[in-house]
Ligand binder design. Structure first.
Ligand code: FMN
Length: 156
């Protein structure tokens, strides 16, 4: 029997555009039709270490605010860091950063924290910055499908 795996999607979506990106990611996972993959969609403020410990991979969606990831996402890392430090080494991770004009501060912060956690990036973060582009929805949808298929087929 194929092993069931949970893809955890931690999404902070305080604006309609962030909601659109989150929905595109979930649609991408669903479109891949991987019967052994469960998508679990949580907000960072309500997610915790127990939930992360159920995950076989994690994808993060955060805005860049004041040169950093959102405070909610940072709070999530603060709470999961030590409880998951040993249990989730090697966890496949990907991220979507929604930025008004930059995104580099958030990218750097995510790199630093996930290096400490010894997580494994499956691809560089998608940085959606500047004027809204509909092509981001396709990129994020494709990321969702790729994560689902990669996890389903044991490629990550
Ligand atoms: C308080 C605040 C601080 C922000 N700081 C940054 C920033 O440092 N760099 C950046 O690229 N965008 C910044 N932004 C823009 C947000 O990243 C952007 O509003 C967010 O991604 C949501 O996108 P939307 O406004 O298109 O819905 C900031 C927005 C707010 C409200």
């Amino acid at each position: 029997m194929t092993q069931r795996k949970t893809l955890l999607f931690i999404a902070h979506t305080p604006s309609p555009n962030l909601e659109r990106l989150a929905n595109a990611f979930i649609d991408g996972v669903t479109a891949a039709q991987c019967s052994n993959i469960d998508i679990r969609h949580s907000a960072p403020l309500t997610s915790n270490a127990d939930e992360l410990n159920t995950a076989s991979a994690v994808v993060l969606l955060t805005p860049e605010n004041l040169g950093y990831m959102s405070g909610a996402m940072k709070d999530w890392f603060d709470r999961i860091y030590y409880p998951c430090l040993d249990s989730q080494q090697g966890l496949p991770v990907a991220a979507i950063i929604k930025a008004g004009h930059d995104g580099t501060g958030t990218h750097k912060a995510l790199s630093t924290i996930t290096t400490g956690l010894r997580w494994r990036w499956v691809q560089a973060p998608l940085i959606c910055k500047g004027e809204w582009q509909d092509s981001w929805l396709e990129d994020v949808h494709d990321l969702g499908s790729a994560m689902a298929v990669g996890l389903s087929e044991g490629m990550m």
